[in-house]
Design a binder for this molecule. Structure first.
Ligand SMILES: [Zn+2]
Length: 364
């Protein structure tokens, strides 16, 4: 476990983001189709509610942040500003982003964290909510293999929290992102606050020069042949690597995480597929063009858009949700073994492995 007894609020939370800046960045969704109008959480009227969206695409507000168009009869209006007041940690996350960006731009030598911290975190998986979720879906063996491969650790900053280390190609640790998940659903705990923080911040190292890298970047030098698939969330990368093992899955850790030109360099001479979450396609298209400037060929997949139903789109499904609806052979085996425990002995004795699933996937 890491970081005993420290609780630190890293990023300045001195003020709510300035109104002007917020108005510029967060705005009511423009009308495109009837599906861009929703049911009002206050009056219940259908197709009348307009949500706030982040023009930079990194903040997804909950469904109740928006305005009811029945101004006279209802008048419900919940602004991003109010949301940040009610959810100070979300604001913290948001405030953290420009700091990270600035440090990337400054062109200084990054700092690294001690390897011992990481090593100490690679245990106590029984107290790691995300691991427990994976275990319930894929069984212990597969989950442990996966967590070790990606070097996902357990943190005790919050009970049950998970740490996603960002380890670069030279095996140097840039930082670790600590997040808390629900063990049953595998969803992030967002109440009463968003439960996300960073190891370098908790350690309170002065002037720590943070330069983020991809989650999973350390796997690039071990596996030079597989095409690289990039997603936003660390959890999605882990899940997708079980379902679609023919790709090497890495994560940006959020849109403002590490998709800068500086970071993209590690993708040179690789085949790259970008997997946007729903609604983030345009942003990823621009990133794909930036990659092209650097001589990196990438394609933006419509995997999710082309498969998700209207309801799933409304629910804000991501790739992980979508994949989890499908059963892998490993999942079926895990369920079968749970019902017939003596089977495990057989599997262990003969070192049996299920045939890996192959989903139809576009060739890069
Ligand atoms: Zn209303």
């Amino acid at each position: 476990m890491i970081i005993n007894g420290r609780s630190a609020s890293v990023y300045k939370v001195d003020s709510v983001p300035k109104e002007g800046k917020m108005n510029y960045r967060f705005h009511l969704e423009k009308y495109k189709t009837p599906s861009s109008r929703h049911t009002c959480p206050a009056c219940g009227q259908k197709r009348i509610f307009v949500r706030y969206i982040d023009s930079e695409g990194s903040i997804k507000f909950p469904n109740y942040v928006g305005r009811c168009n029945r101004e006279q009869k209802c008048g419900y209006h919940y602004t991003p500003k109010q949301y940040f007041i009610d959810n100070p940690t979300e604001k913290e996350e948001w405030n953290a982003l420009p700091i990270l960006q600035k440090q990337v731009r400054e062109n200084v030598e990054p700092d690294y964290l001690d390897q011992a911290l990481l090593n100490k975190s690679l245990k106590h998986y029984d107290a790691n909510n995300l691991f427990l979720f994976f275990q319930s879906k894929f069984g212990c063996g597969v989950s442990e293999q996966l967590f070790r491969k990606y070097r996902v650790g357990t943190a005790n900053h919050w009970n049950g929290s998970t740490v996603f280390w960002q380890i670069d190609q030279q095996d140097r640790i840039r930082t670790g992102k600590i997040m808390l998940y629900e063990p049953l659903t595998g969803k992030r705990v967002k109440n009463p606050h968003s439960h996300i923080t960073w190891v370098h911040s908790l350690l309170k190292q002065e002037n720590y020069q943070l330069k983020q890298c991809f989650f999973g970047e350390h796997l690039l030098h071990e596996n030079k042949s597989s095409p690289i698939a990039i997603v936003e969330s660390e959890k999605t990368a882990l899940i997708a690597s079980i379902y679609i093992p023919q790709y090497l899955w890495i994560a940006t850790g959020g849109k403002n995480g590490c998709l800068t030109k500086d970071n993209m360099v590690v993708l040179k001479n690789r085949k790259v597929v970008l997997f946007p979450d729903l609604g983030a396609r345009e942003y990823w298209n621009t990133k794909s063009l930036q990659m092209l400037d650097l001589g990196i060929n990438s394609i933006v997949s419509d995997y999710l858009e082309s498969r998700a139903s209207k309801e799933e789109i409304e629910e804000g499904y991501d790739i992980a949700d979508f994949l989890l609806q499908k059963k892998t052979k490993q999942m079926s085996l895990h369920e079968f073994v749970a019902k017939n425990p003596q089977l495990q002995q057989l599997i262990d004795t003969f070192q049996l492995e299920p045939v890996r699933d192959k989903y139809h996937f576009p060739n890069v």
